[in-house]
Ligand binder design. Structure first.
Ligand code: ZN
Length: 93
């Protein structure tokens, strides 16, 4: 069973609000500066994603400032760094 994130709803609201605003202003991707494609499938690499600033990684507010970014750019940056390091797999194959 998938784990439901507690802030999922709030996150989605933030994401949608930013999307509306960014689309109206035609805000480009903040990572590469190129335009975001608004009318493409969400799986499209140039589609909109809500990208958290480094606030999360720096132990800042979880629901801090978000910026519009391409899906591809966002994932290229990698998953947000957390204070907790994931358990290392020590098993050798
Ligand atoms: Zn981009």
């Amino acid at each position: 069973m998938p784990v439901k994130r507690r802030d999922n709803r709030e996150y989605r609201d933030l994401s949608l609000a930013l999307r509306r605003k960014a689309r109206r202003a035609d805000t480009p991707c903040w990572i590469c500066g190129k335009p975001i494609l608004w009318d493409v499938d969400w799986r499209h690499p140039l589609s909109y994603t809500y990208d958290h600033e480094d606030a999360v990684a720096n132990g800042g507010k979880m629901r801090g400032i978000g910026r519009p970014a391409h899906r591809s750019c966002n994932s290229r940056r990698g998953a947000p760094r957390h204070a907790i390091t994931p358990p290392r797999d020590t098993r050798e194959w």
